[in-house]
Design a protein around this ligand. Structure first.
Ligand code: ADP
Ligand code: MG
Length: 359
């Protein structure tokens, strides 16, 4: 049985639906990421689960029990937000101990638990620090330790890393996942960042305009987005449709493209060709490959040269060329220049087949 189950949950503000008929199941010990653009209803959904919003209809269940009459503080859930919301007048240790104090945990036991939790989040010895002296990343670690202190049966995370910048966010996402796994925490994290969702979660639900558009194990959603908009939101750089998709499939060995769905009741003849979504690194310059075309743009980055290549019958696609370093000095040779003819190899693990035709 799922730990958390949402059954047709709808939440409205003044008659306007912010969350519409959302059904989701989250197994115990797993992390579910809810990914969607700003304003699509993510925070509203989390608040509804926490008991902070009234449901217009539907049910929130935990271990099979309907929570309709269970107030927020008795649900056994913890929440964590983008800005941590630490108590500024309390030390780090007192912040982390807060849920323990609410339960009147004996002092010595609470102190032991606080130091365990600070170790867990990578802040040993931070006990006496004032939250105002912490970096953004450190504040979020303290907020996480505090959220875990009460041994929540469900942790609800609302854009927990969104206030942090690039490399730190990536590192913390990986650490957060490791901590949730090590503690066996069942968690639901909402975010607008596909990389964050990918690093954190076992399962993924894609939300748009209040609705869950697609849900499943993270790898399956990534491999087969339900439509173009979802693919682009998942970070695919380009989606080939119609003729371009057909030409692509003619040139790239068809069995290398994972088939998705069973084609439904329509015959193959009437079904539109599935679209092909390409990540930026799906195509790379090689000595030979199934595709070839003309470079229309080339931009060097520290790791690769990013190209746009015009392929007859397909159109412009993104591709990468390796940086070639020469000699001990490591001088970088220019990659293919604009106008060059290149062959492209295809990494089929970096593309997805969109079978929008199945409805
Ligand atoms: P997200 O977290 O995905 O950015 P929200 O759940 O915050 O989205 O908001 C979803 C929609 O509900 C938005 O259109 C927002 O303006 C609206 N909304 C959120 N909170 C309230 C509120 N308290 N009163 C009225 N409308 C709200
Ligand atoms: Mg929000």
């Amino acid at each position: 049985m799922s730990a958390l189950a949402l059954d047709d949950v709808t939440v409205s503000y003044d008659g306007v639906r912010a969350v519409a008929e959302v059904s989701l199941a989250l197994p115990r010990g797993e992390v579910l990421a809810v990914l969607g653009p700003s304003g699509c209803g993510k925070s509203t959904l989390l608040r509804a689960i926490a008991g902070l919003e009234l449901l217009e209809s539907g049910r929130v269940l935990f271990d099979g029990a309907d929570l309709a009459r269970v107030p927020t503080y008795r649900r056994g859930f913890a929440m964590m937000f983008q800005d941590g919301q630490l108590f500024s007048h309390l030390s780090v240790a007192a912040n982390v101990a807060y849920p323990l104090r609410l339960r009147a945990t004996p002092r010595a036991q609470a102190a032991r638990r606080v130091s365990e939790l600070l170790d867990l989040v990578g802040l040993p010895g931070y006990d006496r620090r004032d939250p105002a002296t912490l970096s953004g990343g450190e504040r979020q670690r303290v907020a996480l330790a505090r959220a875990l202190a009460g041994d929540p049966r469900l942790l609800l995370l609302d854009e927990p890393l969104s206030a942090l910048d690039g490399p730190l966010r990536e590192r913390l996402a990986t650490e957060l996942r490791a901590i949730l796994q090590a503690t066996g925490t069942t968690a639901m994290c909402v975010t607008h960042d596909h990389d964050e969702a990918y690093s954190l979660a076992d399962r993924l639900a894609v939300m748009r305009a209040g609705r869950v558009i697609q849900e499943g194990p993270i790898a399956s959603v990534w491999r087969a987005p339900v439509d173009t908009e979802t693919a682009l939101f998942l970070g695919y750089a380009r989606v080939l449709a119609d003729k371009a998709a057909m030409t692509f499939r003619e040139r790239v060995p068809i069995d290398a493209l994972r088939a998705t769905g069973d084609g439904g009741p329509r015959s193959a003849a009437t079904r539109p060709a599935p679209a092909i979504a390409l990540r930026r690194s799906a195509l790379s310059v090689a000595d030979r490959g199934p595709l070839s075309g003309t470079v229309t743009s080339a931009r060097a980055t520290p790791e690769v040269v990013r190209l746009i290549v015009e392929i007859a019958g397909i159109g412009e696609v993104d591709a990468v060329a390796p940086l070639r370093r020469r000699g001990a000095s490591g001088v970088v040779e220019a990659g293919p220049a604009v106008g060059a003819e290149v062959h492209l190899a295809v990494d089929t693990t970096r593309l997805a087949v969109i079978s929008t035709s199945l409805d």
